[in-house]
Design a protein around this ligand. Structure first.
Ligand SMILES: [Mn+2]
Length: 322
């Protein structure tokens, strides 16, 4: 029997995996990739009796592969907070899924582990731009403001690293990042002993300063759209920049666009704080779109679809969203 771990390559996916494997240290194969590479389950070759653990990728987007693995007799343990659609009722599936917003996969794993590696869940929550959840999770840890801020920055840096069209756009391969995290049950030890955080933070700051110099392409009472130039830094920073905008200007929805290699755009969408409309609801109107309540993306919005998308964004979060 083999253990196969399938994790989103962002902060939430890697921290959730790290918490689980600290609690259950078994040798496992790892399948991961860039944040948008969410059809990860397709890549899994499992056999009857194997245990596949899936973290932070939409069940709906992996439904066919999931059904194939269950039919083979593999057991699947699934933790996630992205749009799931109907969860299959199958004795081989153990699902820990909460798509209501206000949680993240690492927080679901934290509950599963009764808070054993809580500090890593705090890192993940900040990585998913859920600062309120991060602070609430951190409350019983009694951290100083400086330490809480350090966990937040680590989460943002890990999250930033996951964005790119392919792993070639990324500063560090997510599997390598996880390998560096593995020896450290305490994120403060990771921060003290591994130089990768500083490298990521410097890269993040460099990319963010370029993005912050870009003026909005479109701007209304309901939504703001930024279009970044065609460059690897743009694709790396779309998510971090969208999170920054959502925090800095929380009264409006945000979309950040960057050209991809297919002649279209990669799009990151963030809702206004407390919006009744979900980000994934809009993204799922487009092929390759998906996500969760507060944050979603579209992998390839064709250029000809851009004017229609801008109108739809305004309608969705403007007229309809009130
Ligand atoms: Mn997540």
């Amino acid at each position: 029997m083999r253990h196969i771990d399938v994790a989103n390559g962002d902060a939430d996916g890697l921290c959730a995996l790290h918490q689980l494997r600290l609690a259950e240290p078994v040798a496992a194969e790892l399948v991961t990739g860039v944040k948008r590479d969410i059809g990860l389950l397709e890549r899994v070759q499992a056999a009857a009796g194997d245990l596949v653990t899936v973290l932070d990728v939409s069940l709906d987007r992996n439904r066919t592969a999931l059904e194939r693995l269950l039919a083979l007799g593999a057991r699947v343990r699934y933790f996630d907070h992205h749009y799931s659609g109907e969860i299959p009722a199958h004795p081989g599936l153990e699902a820990h899924i909460d798509t209501r917003g206000g949680t993240c996969t690492a927080a679901l794993v934290d509950t599963y582990l009764s808070g054993r590696f809580r500090a890593w869940a705090v890192v993940a929550a900040f990585g998913d731009n859920l600062g309120g959840i991060g602070r609430a999770l951190a409350a019983p840890l009694g951290l100083t403001d400086a330490k809480l801020e350090a966990l937040g920055e680590l989460g943002e840096a890990l999250n930033y690293n996951a964005y790119g069209e392919t792993v070639a756009d990324l500063r560090v391969h997510p599997a390598e990042l996880y390998r560096l995290m593995r020896p450290h049950s305490d994120p403060f030890e990771f921060l003290a002993k591994e130089s990768v955080f500083e490298a990521l933070r410097n890269g993040w700051r460099e990319d963010m300063s370029r993005a912050l110099a870009v003026a909005p392409r479109f701007d209304s009472a309901a939504a703001v759209v930024h279009e970044l130039p065609d460059a690897a830094w743009s694709r790396r920073v779309t998510g971090a920049f969208a999170n920054h905008l959502a925090t800095a200007d929380p009264e409006r929805a945000h979309a950040v666009l960057a050209p991809n290699a297919r002649g279209g755009y990669v799009v990151s969408v963030r809702t206004a704080r407390g919006s009744p409309k979900s980000a994934d609801g809009l993204a799922r109107e487009y092929p390759g779109g998906g996500g969760r309540q507060e944050a979603a993306g579209i992998d390839n919005l064709p250029e000809h679809a851009l004017p229609g998308f801008l109108l739809r964004l305004e309608d969705y979060f403007g007229k309809e969203g009130r």
